[in-house]
Design a protein around this ligand. Structure first.
Ligand code: FMN
Length: 463
């Protein structure tokens, strides 16, 4: 009997652009916005045969007490522009861009992804996010215009409309027939969509790339977000890198697929994770500790606490206990930070409880709750842990976020990847050419009520 093939570990890499997940003060750190950094990390992970390279998005500089929140790395270039440049210096690596469905328009976004998929030979992916806060909205024409419950109805309609646009060019529409003189068919690119959020009709400029539709990624956490992923996405990111929470999330999301006629392999679950690799487990643990303390300086610890408490806590000692005062909501204190799902009071209660149970100072608590150093150890320890995690239903793979830009995944690629290959859970080489091939996905899901061929009218000839 042939041995059952072990589940494959899908690997992606993210170049961190904001947040204190990167040690920018390390002498080995280089620019987070120079093309050399993007190329270096992308080419490294392509050498490690990763599935894709991913860029997050933040559409406004965050503020803290009226100043740019420079405990984050400030500044980030536009994703599709960067990935287009990377398409030219990589050959197989998938290229995934976060693009917001709240602040953009389907025509423009569909056009840019069709272009990236074409330029890259079928390697594009779109992380459809729905972040909507009014502070970010001030950067856009309509301001903070979208009530929270409407985010996913807009996102679903946005994606459905983009799908119509990608489908508006049928195979054979580009004729280039020198005998008849016909270059494109009369119906090429025709579309019409009338809905609550978008009412558009016309002709789409861009024949789709080899994948037809880019791979669709979702990263919301809420019930509506998980449902959107189950109906519409092919990959979902998550922040649940600790195994128990990860397994709960995994089970919950996979069980949502069947009602949409989809199987468990149609949606891959990839938590973000860090890997700290050194010669021995003890050395890696010491290095991980050092990284945590570099990432969470005393000021960062207080700023993090202020994000939850919503009030000025600068008088508190970062090495002392958590404040015993209650949170309130000073809207001017921190702007652009994500809202805590459980609300301020409940989050503060949980943090206090954790700090008391483990006798943690403010800084130690922030390190604990923000920590994502999931895999720490020798190359063997890290490879075994990743394999175990995937084989036991915690994830289908990981998005690795290095703590150093751009060299932070060198050790992982050189020392951990060969061990995963030896275990038979990671490819020795790419066997397909598109990102959907790497992910083992069959094709674009079609949500009920959206998509399908655009209306065609062969009488119209103007373009
Ligand atoms: C792993 C992960 C990565 C995310 N990356 C981004 C991002 O780059 N840009 C962004 O605007 N939102 C990002 N988000 C936020 C979500 O996509 C989503 O908009 C937000 O969580 C609100 O949706 P929810 O209420 O369903 O959680 C990310 C969320 C997660 C879990």
């Amino acid at each position: 009997m042939p041995a059952t093939r072990k589940k494959q570990v899908h690997l992606a890499a993210q170049l961190p652009g904001i947040h204190n997940v990167t040690v920018w003060s390390d002498p080995r750190s280089e620019s987070q916005i120079s093309i050399d950094s993007f190329i270096r990390l992308a080419q490294t992970v392509e050498r490690g045969k990763f599935d894709f390279f991913f860029l997050a998005e933040g559409l406004r500089l965050r503020e803290h007490k009226g100043h740019v929140y420079d405990l984050d790395i400030a500044g980030r270039p536009e994703n599709l522009t960067v990935l287009s440049a990377l398409a030219a210096v990589t050959t197989h690596l998938g290229l995934a861009a976060t693009v917001n469905a709240t602040f953009n328009e389907p025509y423009e976004v569909a056009r840019r992804f069709a272009t990236l998929d074409r330029l890259s030979g079928g390697r594009a992916a779109w992380n459809v996010v729905t972040s909507y806060d009014a502070f970010t909205g001030e950067n856009f024409r309509r301001g903070g215009f979208l009530p929270e419950p409407d985010r996913y109805t807009r996102a679903a309609e946005f994606l459905g409309t983009a799908r119509q646009l990608w489908d508006s060019w049928a195979e054979g529409d580009l004729r280039a027939d020198t005998v008849t003189g016909e270059f494109a068919t009369a119906g090429a690119g025709r579309f019409a969509h009338r809905g609550r959020h978008f009412d558009i009709a016309g002709r789409f400029t861009t024949p789709p790339g080899p994948q037809g539709h880019p791979v669709i990624i979702q990263s919301g956490e809420s019930d509506a977000g998980r449902e959107f992923a189950a109906s519409d996405a092919e990959v979902i990111f998550s922040k649940h890198s600790r195994i128990d929470a990860a397994r709960d999330f995994y089970r919950d999301v996979k069980r949502r697929l069947a009602p949409y006629g989809r199987g468990p392999d149609d949606l891959l679950i990839l938590p973000t994770a860090n890997a700290v690799v050194a010669d021995t487990d003890a050395e890696a643990a010491a290095y991980a500790e050092e990284i945590s303390r570099e990432l969470v300086s005393p000021q960062t610890a207080i700023a993090h606490l202020e994000a939850v408490w919503g009030r000025d806590l600068s008088a508190y000692d970062p090495d002392g206990p958590l404040p015993d005062i209650e949170p309130e909501d000073d809207a001017h204190l921190l702007k652009g930070h994500s809202v805590f799902r459980n609300g301020r009071a409940e989050t503060a209660r949980q943090w206090r409880k954790l700090a008391e149970e483990r006798n943690l100072s403010i800084r130690e608590l922030v390190i604990e709750v923000g920590g994502r150093q999931t895999f720490v150890g020798s190359p063997r320890t890290v490879a075994d842990a990743i394999d175990h995690y995937v084989q036991t239903g915690g994830a289908d793979g990981f998005v690795l976020v290095p703590h150093l830009t751009p060299g932070g995944l060198d050790d992982f690629v050189d020392r951990v990847v060969p061990l995963l290959q030896e275990k038979g859970v990671h490819r020795d080489d790419y066997t397909g050419s598109t990102l959907r091939d790497h992910l083992g996905l069959s094709g674009a899901p079609r949500p009920a009520g959206w998509g399908g061929p655009a209306p065609r009218d062969d009488k119209e000839t103007s373009a």
